[in-house]
Design a protein around this ligand. Structure first.
Ligand SMILES: NC(=O)C[C@H](N)C(=O)O
Length: 329
């Protein structure tokens, strides 16, 4: 029987996993990504093709870079790659991972990973995460699971995972649902499966989609400002509790909706799903009647990515509402 060597595309994009610490403890990128030294590590079992599309701290990442990654992955899927590993800074990793989840049209495993400690720090987690991400991307069970985030021996879905700690290596968690698999010493095990959605291929990104967090005593100024800007394409609001807002902002929401600017609501709570439960002034029942779209199950930054992808794909009106409101669609 012919021995089939799986071809894995590795895309290094920067972040702490590609950085080192200096003698004063400051962490920064160097001229060479330290992970490039380890590309040979799996060559007898896998054919690793390594590319360095950019070397950015992830706060420098934007939907334009995310789109170029999606295009490269779609291209790789058509060229006999079994899977893809992306190394990425952790600050915005969940946004890139979810963007790819929504826009990569193939079923091949796509695994995003990063590190909380840079390459030369004691207890550095980069190489281990890189290795387990490769193991996952090469596993037959990862096919058709959507984009995955592998960190600290856990496998999370791009749709629900979030960064929960500023520095701890166990920072990536999936509130409400939990991880869907684990990486054992030499094996990948899945325990759950996500309801899949159909990806939306896009060829450009419309970036003027804003994210606003609600708080006690919120004044309408910021939403009014967004409503006054001709460039505003959409607004996501992290609302209070089950999905409520201070009454003072209702006229600003009306101004946005009157201009057909979609307003999407999620909860600022760490767990749970925004719903139209309360019928007091500013409560979810009234917000829904006003025309606000409730996004079920995503956090604010991911609802923003979903709205941005929907708008970039040309969706509008009820089609956009349906796409954004259901995390599964
Ligand atoms: N751990 C990390 O990667 C954090 C870093 N600031 C980044 O996202 O690029």
């Amino acid at each position: 029987m012919e021995f089939f060597v799986k071809k894995i595309l590795v895309l290094h994009t920067g972040g702490t996993i590609a950085m080192s610490e200096d003698e004063h403890g400051a962490v920064a990128p160097g001229a060479e990504n330290p992970l490039n030294k380890f590309s040979e590590a799996f060559t007898d079992q896998l054919d690793l093709v390594v590319e360095n599309p950019f070397n950015l701290p992830s706060p420098h990442m934007s939907p334009k870079e995310m789109l170029s990654l999606a295009q490269r992955i779609n291209d790789a899927a058509n060229n006999n790659f079994f899977g893809v590993v992306i190394t990425h800074g952790t600050d915005t990793l969940e946004e890139t991972a979810y963007f790819l989840d929504l826009t990569v049209t193939s079923d091949i495993p796509v695994v995003v990973t990063g590190a909380m400690r840079s390459a030369n720090e004691i207890g550095s987690d980069g190489l281990h995460n890189f290795q387990t991400a490769i193991l996952t991307a090469a596993s037959d069970e990862a096919v058709g699971k959507g984009v995955l985030v592998v960190m600290n021996d856990e496998i999370h879905t791009a749709r629900y995972v979030t960064k929960t700690h500023t520095t701890n290596v166990a920072t990536f968690r999936t509130p409400t649902f939990g991880p869907i698999g684990l990486v054992f010493k030499h094996k990948v095990r899945f325990f759950e499966q996500l309801l899949r959605h159909t990806a939306l291929p896009i060829d450009h990104v419309c970036e003027q989609v804003f994210l606003v967090k609600a708080y006690a005593g919120m004044e309408p100024d910021f939403l009014d400002f967004l409503a006054s800007q001709a460039t505003t394409k959409g607004v996501v609001i992290e609302a209070l509790g089950a999905g409520n807002l201070p009454p003072k902002v209702l006229p600003s929401l009306q101004k946005l909706l009157d201009q057909n600017i979609p307003v999407v609501l999620v909860s600022r709570c760490f767990n749970g799903v925004a719903q139209d439960v309360y019928d007091y002034e500013g409560g979810g029942v009234q917000l829904k009647k006003l025309g606000v779209t409730f996004c079920h199950g995503l956090n604010g930054q991911k609802a923003r990515i979903k709205l941005l992808v929907g708008l970039s794909a040309g969706l509008a009106g009820s089609a956009l509402k349906h796409f954004v409101s259901d995390a599964v669609s």
